[in-house]
Design a protein around this ligand. Structure first.
Ligand code: HEM
Length: 152
């Protein structure tokens, strides 16, 4: 099945682009632009943005983990310290996203529904911090992914 490794690599790369690129856009372009809006409008906007982006992130997370382990299972990057580091960081990113989704994102939704704007703003701030961490880890991981074939 010589086609399986390139197929998994393409899916792996597309999932990384979707997740990391989405975080880059949200953090570097949408966030500073949305700061000009009043908190109730801004937080409602973020909730709408997240309701569309986070399901896509789940697809990217599952795709990255499945194809990543599929690739190592088929021998790609086996014994590579770079890929091992990518694996650890990948699982940390996935855990951080799961926490973000089930804790601060759930708090953002419930607080907005209850009209508690300060609490919703605190939840949004927590999401921002985690996205900033995952964005940094994602950029490092993509760099490792490319360097793996050169440095093992
Ligand atoms: C369980 C987690 C993961 C595993 C097991 C894994 C495994 C792998 C493997 C085996 C390769 C091929 C390396 C080679 O060509 O020698 C690869 C490439 C790559 N990975 Fe991962 N990975 C994981 C998570 C991630 C994450 C979270 C990202 C980014 C957000 C990522 C981004 C990349 C990139 C950009 C490449 C290079 C693709 C290319 O060849 O162009 N990986 N990964």
């Amino acid at each position: 099945m010589t086609w399986l490794i390139p197929l998994f690599l393409v899916l792996h790369l597309l999932a990384a682009i979707g997740w990391v690129g989405g975080m880059l856009f949200a953090h570097m372009a949408l966030r500073p632009s949305a700061m000009a809006l009043e908190p109730p409008v801004r937080l409602a906007l973020w909730q709408r943005v997240f309701s569309r982006f986070f399901p896509l992130v789940w697809v990217c997370v599952v795709t990255l983990l499945v194809t990543g382990h599929g690739l190592t299972g088929m021998g790609a990057g086996r014994g590579s310290h770079t890929v091992l580091t990518m694996t650890v960081i990948g699982w940390v990113m996935a855990a951080l996203f799961a926490y973000l989704y089930f804790k601060p994102y759930a708090a953002l939704r419930s607080n907005l529904a209850a009209g508690d704007i300060p609490a919703a703003a605190a939840a949004q701030n927590r999401i921002r911090q985690i996205v900033a961490i995952n964005l940094s880890l994602g950029l490092i991981t993509c760099t490792l992914g490319v360097l793996a074939r050169f440095f093992g």
